[in-house]
Design a protein around this ligand. Structure first.
Ligand code: ADP
Ligand code: MG
Length: 350
């Protein structure tokens, strides 16, 4: 899994805007940021006393740090050890915390027709997107890309029996970069609830889940503009909803005037074409994370079909011409904040 290092934290901060907090309300808002998962994690808690909020945030940051260490796909970690076993054709024991992540990833990869494919860690590594800091880079050779893609690692190559995992393709290398942040956000929300906190946002670099409200009004979330500083649109989040965006601006390099970004198309081996950002709203953040990546890969031809298969109704897409397409359900909830408002189309799912 890669944990992108954000270049500008101030910019990331703008992702979640408490757009209209007034000063008396702010007394009840506890907000804290810390760097983890190579990204800025932002926790907002409403309506508890300061001590309860601080204790909860401390516990969550410890939990997230443990997840980061366990699921890291490139540094020495339980996941890299698991990958070594799979590569040698042996059956491997999956650590308990990783079993649900593997199960969800298998199901979501199936539902996305393999466009969300966390088995293709080798391809991610070939492109260099696993590195903490992207160097000035050139794309790999076409021949190498084709050869790595032809290995066809898939989640369907895996058999999970209880906690024993076996791969029928030794080229499978797990990289949970497109789902782990969402799943970690889900676990953090579970923990907050267990601690008696019912009004909060957990936001890991624009991957967020909301519970409850901000006082007497809903939490309001800003969606980053993929090509301009600031906010493209805002959404009022309902209780227990996740809002996730996959974009080509998170990790990329430019070579000969062309952008090469970190969301790879398993069919071609190259960065997915057509879109610059895909935002989805769904109940849980793990599903929303995998789905935003899958829809990004699906591109203009297939996103509607894949959304239908994955059961996602709220979708907003910006394409590489700066035009926005939304599902009717999303159109009812979006408020554009950018000026000028982008050209917009509403598209019904099949
Ligand atoms: P972000 O991590 O910026 O939120 P994503 O959720 O889309 O973005 O995840 C992108 C990461 O997931 C990449 O850095 C890589 O590790 C991995 N990845 C890239 N393409 C795919 C894909 N098609 N399916 C699954 N994982 C992918
Ligand atoms: Mg994702």
């Amino acid at each position: 899994m890669t944990f992108p290092h954000k270049k500008s934290h101030g910019f990331t901060l703008a992702l979640i805007l408490l757009l209209t907090a007034c000063s008396t309300q702010q007394a009840q808002l506890h907000q804290q940021q810390f760097l983890l998962f190579g990204t800025l994690v932002d926790i907002s808690i409403w309506g508890t006393d300061k001590q309860q909020a601080q204790q909860a945030i401390a516990q969550i940051s410890t939990d997230l740090e443990n997840m980061h260490n366990e699921w890291h796909a490139w540094h020495d970690s339980p996941l890299t050890r698991l990958n070594k076993m799979l590569a040698s054709g042996q059956s491997a024991t999956v650590p308990p915390s990783m079993v649900p992540l593997v199960q969800k990833s298998m199901a979501l990869s199936d539902a996305s027709d393999g466009l969300f494919n966390p088995a293709m860690g080798k391809l991610v590594k070939l492109w260099g997107f696993q590195q903490d800091d992207l160097p000035e880079s050139t794309p790999p050779d076409d021949a190498e890309i084709n050869a790595t893609t032809a290995l066809q690692p898939k989640m369907q190559n895996l058999t999970l029996t209880h906690n024993q995992l076996q791969s029928h393709n030794t080229n499978v290398q797990l990289d949970f970069g497109a789902i782990a942040k969402g799943y970690a956000v889900d676990l953090a929300i579970d923990k907050l609830r267990a601690l008696g906190i019912h009004n909060a946002i957990v936001n890991a670099g624009g991957n967020l889940r909301v519970i409850g409200k901000h006082g007497d009004r809903p939490w309001r979330i800003g969606i980053r503009h993929p090509r301009a500083p600031g906010i493209l649109a805002s959404i009022e989040a309902h209780d227990d909803e996740s809002i996730l965006t996959s974009g080509d601006y998170e990790r990329f390099f430019e070579y000969k005037g062309k952008r090469y970004h970190h969301i790879l198309d398993p069919r071609t081996g190259y960065p997915a074409n057509g879109f610059t950002s895909v935002t989805v709203i769904y109940h849980d953040a793990a599903t929303a994370d995998a789905a935003s990546t899958a829809l990004f890969v699906a591109g203009p031809q297939r996103w509607r079909e894949i959304a239908k298969k994955m059961g996602i109704q709220y979708i907003m897409i910006m394409d590489d011409k700066g035009q926005v397409t939304m599902t009717p359900a999303m159109a009812e909830r979006i408020h554009f904040e950018s000026n000028p408002t982008p050209h917009m189309t509403i598209s019904t799912l099949p």
